[in-house]
Ligand binder design. Structure first.
Ligand SMILES: [Mn+2]
Length: 334
C-alpha cells in the first residue's frame, strides 16, 4: 500500500542526520497534529532534528496530545520568528495531512521558496507533485500512513507509548471512532499494533470525544432544536448558523466540529450539511453516506472538495441564496 520507491528515496534521504521541518494544514485537526507529532518523535529517535510548525493556532482541546507544547505556532509572533529560522535551515520539509503548498496560507511563500527536499505524506485526493510523495487515498488517516511508513523502514521497534498515542489519536478521529467506511482491515491492524505499543483506547477516545464545555453543548442543543432542516423527502438535512448566532453562543475555533454529523441520527438521512456564516462568505461542510459523492459536488458548485463522504466548500452569495442554491442542486445526487 505504501509506495516502495518513495520509501527507498526516504530511506536514502534520512541516512545521515538531517534538520527537518514538519508542516501541516491550517487549523489542524487530531490527524494533522497526531501524525506530525508522531513523525517528529520518530525522526528525533532516529537522530534527526525536527520542528513541527502549525500554520495557524490549533484548538485548545488538542493540547492534551503529548509533545504539543513544542508546536511552533505561525500565528504567534515568537512562533513566526522561530519558524522562519527553522525553515531557512531545513534540509527536509515534510508536508503531512495535506498535499498542496498553496493551502499553507501565511507560511506558504517562505516554505515554497525553501530549497529543502520536500516530502508529502497524505491521504487526500488530487495531490500536487513533491520531491518525494506518499499519497494514498485508501488510507483513512495520515497517522495510519505514518505507522506503515515506519514499518516499511523497519523501525516499528522505535514506536514508544508517546508515538503510539500520537498516531492513535488521528486514527480514531479520522475514522470517527472506527465507524466511517474508511475503517479498513489495515486500520484495525494498525490500531491493534498501536495499542500493543502503549496507546490507551479509552483515554484517547475520551480525550478526542468528550471535549465540550457547557456553553458548547447548549449551542449544539440550540442548533438541533432551532436550526435543523430536513428536506428532499427526508434524505437531506442541513443546519445553518448565522453570524449573530455565532456571537450569541460566543463560538470559538473548532466549536462546530462534529455538528454536521448529528443529522445522521435521523433514520434515512443520507446527506448532512452545515452552513456557517463568516464575514465575507458562507463556509460549508458536506457529509454523505455510501456512494453519494460530496467531493465532486463541492468542487462543481461550491469552490471546494475533499473526500467522497466528507468535503468542504464556500459560497459568497449570502446565507439565504446559498441555502436555495444547495436545495436545488442537491436533488442531482439522488
Ligand atoms: Mn487526515
Amino acid at each position: 500500500m505504501i509506495n516502495q520507491a518513495s520509501v527507498q528515496a526516504l530511506r536514502e534521504l534520512l541516512q545521515t542526520p538531517k534538520k527537518c521541518v514538519i508542516v501541516t494544514h491550517p487549523r489542524p485537526d487530531a490527524d494533522a497534529i497526531g501524525s506530525s507529532l508522531g513523525w517528529k518523535h520518530y525522526l528525533e529517535k532516529k537522530g534527526h532534528e525536527a520542528t513541527f510548525i502549525s500554520p495557524t493556532h490549533y484548538t485548545a482541546n488538542l493540547s492534551w496530545i503529548k509533545g504539543s507544547v513544542a508546536i511552533v505556532d505561525y500565528e504567534d509572533e515568537k512562533g513566526v520568528k522561530i519558524a522562519k529560522e527553522k525553515i531557512a535551515a531545513a534540509d527536509v520539509i515534510f508536508f503531512l495531512d495535506f498535499n498542496n503548498i498553496n493551502r499553507l496560507e501565511k507560511p506558504g511563500d517562505t516554505v515554497a521558496a525553501s530549497k529543502a527536499v520536500k516530502v508529502m505524506i497524505d491521504h487526500h485526493l488530487q495531490p500536487e507533485p513533491f520531491d518525494i510523495s506518499f499519497s494514498n487515498t485508501t488510507y483513512a488517516a495520515t497517522c495510519e500512513m505514518i505507522y506503515d511508513i515506519i514499518d516499511c523502514l523497519g523501525d516499528t521497534d522505535l514506536i514508544d507509548a508517546t508515538i503510539a498515542e500520537n498516531l492513535y489519536a488521528g486514527l480514531v478521529a479520522d475514522t470517527g471512532f472506527f465507524q466511517h467506511p474508511n475503517t479498513t482491515p489495515n486500520v484495525h491492524k494498525v490500531a491493534g499494533a498501536l495499542i500493543a505499543k502503549g496507546a490507551s483506547p479509552d483515554y484517547v477516545s475520551d480525550k478526542v470525544n468528550n471535549i465540550f464545555d457547557e456553553r458548547r453543548l447548549h449551542y449544539f442543543g440550540f442548533a438541533l432544536l432551532e436550526k435543523l432542516k430536513v428536506v428532499n423527502g427526508g434524505k437531506v438535512a442541513y443546519i445553518s448558523i448565522g453570524q449573530s448566532e455565532a456571537r450569541r453562543f460566543n463560538l470559538q475555533l473548532g466549536d462546530n466540529e462534529g455538528l454536521v454529523n448529528y443529522p445522521f441520527k435521523i433514520q434515512g438521512v443520507q446527506v448532512a450539511v452545515l452552513f456557517s456564516e463568516e464575514r465575507e462568505k458562507v463556509k460549508i461542510s458536506f457529509r454523505s453516506k455510501g456512494d453519494i459523492d460530496m467531493n465532486t459536488f463541492a468542487r462543481k458548485y461550491f469552490e471546494g472538495g475533499g473526500h467522497k463522504n466528507a468535503s468542504g466548500g464556500k459560497s459568497t452569495i449570502g446565507m439565504e441564496e446559498t441555502e436555495k442554491k444547495f436545495i436545488e442542486l442537491v436533488k442531482e445526487l439522488f
